[in-house]
Write a protein that binds this ligand. Structure first.
Ligand code: ZN
Length: 676
């Protein structure tokens, strides 16, 4: 499973900001209509060993080689249209300064961003704001040798095929059709099925799935289902099979990666992955995932395969995706300090003694940096990953759950310059403090939450661990958040060298309360309530603290020029309130007190005041922020010695979205765009 952030702040924490060390890095790249493109940094990359860098380089090449697979999976005419657009952008000889050409470019960029002509989020076909005639003139006036016209077909045939597909609103209107009463498979444009109805697909799978199998493979995960001459078969994604040309390139780079793997298990794991790509055997895919889930040692890790099934209306078939990542060295240092002191934090918390752990072990760093995004993770990237998806592997072996630190940092950094802070912060003093310390405070907050927050506390004997039922996850998030909030204001953090001064902790509190009471609500549609567990936890904590600190005016709500603001008047008292609530939430968990947990969530964590909500949405709307964010990849450039061995890898940050799209189109396109 992946977690996705479609709005300004990541879902793993309150939005924060850039710190001084990042001041000179320009995160923003481009914006077109509802989409914007940022860059991400690779902090600490230079301090990796040359072997680790080499491994990252090979895995990154493998991550880029599957790009065409996703385009074809999304819609069978996507590659044809993309290659036509690439030819226009490269070689159109007419006037490029006209408003029509600019409109064409905006559409072309949106198509690049969405990996196809359907919107990556809404699934609706994106129709360009130009006429068919103009588009045809663009195609006719570009270098014909660059056009994907093959098998001796003429340009007229190409136009006859793609122009109606691009412009006719009735043709392939939705990538994924989920409307009640429609055939979700036959009426979806997505290319997992050809000529097959929903009923036929269901019957086909029912024959193959054995509900009694304790370790079932993910039937249908890596195939396209087709009906030919009345017979249904599956085309398997594998070497020599469907998408074989691209898969062979992926295999080539994975083999190289295998030779510089960090440990034996990783070597074995890559070997099994290659075998799976060669055979398409889902049993091998499970074998691979078992090894991968076990292997938590390496600094360099990756995701590569047909994994998430969100794009299949029937939820069986997976899009191809890839990520390459490495443990954040700075975060690793921080979390080592925190976990080394885990027992001190446990012993000194405000929780009742009987619900403290006698022996607590902190959880190792789960913070990673992305080095390359590919397939369905590019350009729109997740902010967290929790894999593998197979239930039986998760149960028997476990899973890896990580936060993508540098992706979150990019979101955070841009939220400062995007005007969010200026619009919603209560004072210039607060803005200055957040600018100075927000990013650092955010990192420490996340570390405390992940490394010791979730690991702390224990259940009373006989308490059912699932007693809190539907409120379990929100209350658990609240517990970890409160642990982090309580300790971030503790002198111990300064003593351990994790924070430079108390002002940094104040920035964490400012961000938290502002987000919990105000800004996170802009992610909710009008008339809706708060549903997501992290958001409920944040609302619960900040609103509870506001209500319970009212007598001392700990948190103040005020309005200025018709706008609502929140302001913390007493940081030390707020800390005590966080401690009190931590004690109560821990008691609820330890005793399995469902009634009390439910009452807390319902009183503070769910409701949205419609008047305040409308005001916040209107203020947010005025900032004109694009709701969908994607990322430009860095370029990894290997340095060779005279024997042809890689001795180092340099990171080059690019800054032109179109340029990267064309570069990938030239260098990482391995599937033919077939005009039948
Ligand atoms: Zn958590």
């Amino acid at each position: 499973m992946i977690s996705v952030s479609t709005l300004i702040s990541s879902c793993t924490g309150p939005q924060s900001t850039t710190s001084e060390k990042e001041d000179n890095f320009n995160y923003f790249v481009d914006q077109f209509e509802d989409m914007r493109v940022l860059r991400y940094r690779l902090p600490g990359f230079e301090s990796l060993s040359s072997h680790q860098k080499e491994l990252i380089y090979y895995l990154s090449e493998a991550a880029l080689c599957g790009r065409d697979i996703l385009w074809d999976q999304n819609f069978k005419y996507n590659l044809l249209i993309r290659k036509t657009n690439e030819a226009i952008i490269r070689s159109y000889k007419g006037d490029k300064e006209t408003s029509d050409y600019k409109k064409f470019l905006i559409w072309a960029k949106r198509v690049f961003f969405a990996n196809g002509i359907h919107h990556h989020y809404s699934a609706d076909k994106m129709i360009p704001g130009i006429t068919r005639e103009y588009y045809e003139s663009l195609v006719r006036e570009c270098d014909q040798s660059l056009l994907p016209v093959i098998n001796g077909k003429t340009i007229d045939t190409l136009l006859a095929v793609i122009v109606p597909i691009i412009f006719d609103p009735e043709l392939y209107p939705r990538k994924i059709e989920r409307t009640e009463g429609k055939d979700i498979i036959a009426e979806s444009a997505v290319n997992f099925y050809d000529g097959v109805t929903e009923k036929e697909a269901e019957a086909f799978y029912n024959d193959k799935i054995d509900p009694a199998d304790p370790r079932p493979v993910a039937v249908g995960l890596n195939t396209r289902m087709v009906k030919r001459n009345g017979k249904i078969t599956e085309e398997i994604y594998r070497s020599g099979g469907l998408y074989g040309e691209a898969i062979d390139k992926i295999i080539y780079w994975l083999e190289k990666a295998k030779n510089v793997a960090e440990n034996e298990l990783q070597q074995k794991e890559l070997e099994v992955l290659v075998d799976y790509y060669k055979t398409g055997d889902l049993k091998r895919w499970d074998d691979y995932n078992v090894l991968w889930a076990r292997n938590i040692e390496p600094v360099v890790d990756y995701v590569n395969g047909f994994i998430e099934v969100y794009e299949d209306p029937a939820g069986m078939k997976a899009t191809w995706e890839a990520i390459v990542n490495y443990k954040d060295p700075e975060a690793t240092r921080r979390t080592e300090i925190i976990t080394a002191n885990a027992q001190w934090f446990e012993d000194n918390s405000p929780v009742q003694p009987e619900y403290k752990k006698e022996k607590v072990t902190g959880v190792a760093a789960k913070v990673i940096n992305i080095a390359m995004l590919g397939g369905d993770c590019f350009p729109a990237s997740p902010v967290g990953i929790n894999l593998p998806n197979s239930d039986w592997i998760r149960k028997e072996i476990g899973s890896k759950s990580v936060t993508l630190a540098n992706i979150s940092s990019a979101y955070d950094a841009v939220s400062v310059v995007s005007g969010m802070l200026d619009e919603f912060a209560a004072s210039t003093e607060e803005i200055e403090r957040v600018k100075k310390y927000g990013s650092l405070a955010e990192d420490i907050h996340t570390d405390l939450h992940e490394c010791i927050g979730h690991a702390s506390g224990k259940l009373a004997e006989g308490t059912d661990p699932n007693a809190l039922r539907e409120h379990q996850s929100a209350l658990e998030e609240a517990r970890a958040e409160l642990f982090a909030l309580y300790y971030i204001m503790d002198d111990k953090l300064i003593e351990l060298g994790l924070l430079p001064e108390k002002e940094a902790a104040k920035a964490a509190y400012d961000n938290y309360i502002r987000n919990g009471m105000l800004t996170q609500l802009v992610r909710i549609k009008p008339g809706k309530q708060i549903e997501q567990a992290h958001m409920r936890a944040r609302a619960l904590i900040s609103r509870w603290a506001y209500e319970n600190g009212k007598n001392d005016n700990v948190i103040e709500i005020f309005s200025k020029d018709g706008k609502t603001f929140v302001k913390i008047n007493d940081y030390e008292k707020l800390r005590i309130l966080f401690g009190n609530l931590l004690k109560e939430v821990q008691r609820i968990k330890s005793e399995g007190d469902y009634g009390a947990g439910k009452a807390l969530i319902e009183a503070y964590g769910v409701k949205v005041d419609p008047v305040l909500h409308n005001e916040l949405l209107a203020r947010y709307e005025k900032l004109k922020l694009a709701p969908y964010t994607g990322f430009l990849n860095p370029r990894l450039v290997p340095v060779y010695d005279d024997k042809g061995e890689i001795t180092d890898v340099k990171v080059e940050y690019e800054d032109d979205f179109l340029w990267q799209m064309l570069y990938y189109g030239t260098n990482y396109s391995f599937l033919p765009a077939v005009l039948n």
